[in-house]
Design a protein around this ligand. Structure first.
Ligand code: NAD
Ligand code: DAU
Length: 353
């Protein structure tokens, strides 16, 4: 089949990126999907086993920090659209090594913007550069209110500062050079294929292995959780129907304090593992708080829902059950990603707390 569009998806071997690649490859057989990924510790081609070999899918191993390689690839492939997810994504790692976040999240994004601008020149009108970002750029809420698209940026971690800078550059390339851009800012995702350094997969793995559950501070911080496949659907809707130059917030109206979420996970895991009720909760261990820990995130996604008709498809309790089942059924995947360097990372993170 002749491809009608060639779409670059960066970071497609990561958690969210792999769901976006899977959705686009299956839903749009007339698109050629090029997945560009450096395959860092968080990138894993095993996340895309079911997509490998499909005629409209191609993988390119490259580093977005390498501006020359990126320019060359854009000239060769003449992309019609870019969906940019590649990033260093873990807040704790950004506290240990902020510079890496500047390189990938900021310089890497600017390299992609430059390559798009140079390739598209004055026929940019029917092209699109879509940048995937986070609600963490808005900073922290108190007990009231929601983040809207008008909320002022106030990032606190090196991760969110690097994402905020990249968002500003994307908008600056739209305003200054007329590059057709879109930005979306999403809340916390959960689901299959998430690297077990983030709260939900880390705690599923630890409960399974009877390891302590390190709760930062008092566990009172609030996050707004969205099923990753609903995020991928939102990205599809925004990419195809979003208004160029605009920003869309994505979230599930699903706020949980960390400790309530952790207790719910313990209860579900006790049932699934055939342990007595209350067994897993005994693994809860309060540890030193994360530096600069944002208290509360909560997204107002009214604009996306009203203008583009997207709504989340799954209730959280159902999504969490599905997610826990997936990790329990995919022990080989978990074992593979937690071998090698993971043990060093884990010991370094949690010994110092
Ligand atoms: P992830 O860490 O699971 O995946 C990131 C991917 O980017 C990996 O495959 C990695 O190999 C690749 N990558 C990293 N550095 C690269 C480089 N220099 N060149 C090329 N590829 C590189 O991240 P994720 O959780 O899937 O997040 C994806 C995007 O969505 C990020 O931009 C993140 O900021 C954003 N986001 C994430 C969440 C969330 O809850 N996870 C929420 C909102 C927004
Ligand atoms: O809000 C969107 C963001 O969500 C994304 O932009 C980030 O890429 C993604 O990593 C996520 O950031 P968080 O810092 O919110 O996610 P994390 O899973 O690391 O932590 C969730 C909450 O749980 C947070 O309040 C810190 C706490 N936590 C986390 C870990 C890893 C613990 O209490 N113990 C832990 O061991």
């Amino acid at each position: 089949m002749q491809a009608t569009k060639t779409i670059l998806i960066t970071g497609g071997a990561g958690f969210i990126g792999s769901h976006v690649v899977r959705l686009f490859v299956s839903k749009y057989p007339n698109y050629q999907i090029v997945n560009l990924d450096k395959l860092t510790y968080a990138g894993n081609l095993a996340n895309l086993k079911d997509v490998e070999g499909k005629p409209n899918y191609e993988f390119v191993k490259a580093d977005i920090v390498d501006g020359e390689a990126i320019q060359k690839l854009f000239l060769e492939k003449q992309f019609d659209g870019v969906i940019h997810l590649a990033a260093e994504s873990h807040v704790d790692r950004s506290i240990s090594n902020p510079t890496e976040f500047v390189f990938t999240n900021l310089i890497g994004t600017v390299n992609l913007l430059n390559a798009a601008r140079a390739t598209w020149k004055n026929q940019a009108a029917d092209k699109l550069f879509y940048h995937i970002s986070t609600d963490e750029v808005y900073g922290s809420l108190g007990n009231e209110g929601l983040f809207t698209e008008q909320t002022a940026y106030d990032p606190h971690s090196p991760y969110s500062a690097s994402k905020a800078s990249s968002d500003h550059f994307v908008r600056a390339y739209h305003d200054t050079f007329g590059l057709p851009t879109l930005v979306s800012n999403c809340s916390n995702n959960y689901g299959s294929f998430q690297f077990p350094e983030k709260l939900i997969p880390l705690f599923i793995n630890n409960i399974r292995n009877n390891r302590p559950l390190p709760v930062y501070g008092k566990g009172e911080n609030i996050r707004d959780w969205l099923w990753v496949e609903d995020h991928a659907r939102a990205i599809d809707v925004i990419f195809h129907q979003g208004k160029v130059g605009e920003t869309y917030n994505i979230g599930g109206h699903n706020e949980w304090t960390n400790i309530d979420l952790i207790k719910l996970m313990c209860t579900i895991m006790d049932r699934k593992l055939g342990r007595g009720n209350g067994t897993s909760e005994q693994l809860i261990t309060y540890v030193k708080d994360r530096a600069g820990h944002d208290l509360r995130y909560a997204i107002d996604s009214t604009k996306l829902q009203k203008e583009l008709g997207w709504v989340p498809s799954l209730q959280f309790e159902e999504g969490l059950e599905k997610t826990i089942d997936w990790y329990l059924e995919n022990e080989a995947w978990l074992k593979n990603v937690t071998s090698g360097d993971y043990q060093n990372y884990y010991e370094e993170q949690y010994q110092k707390r």
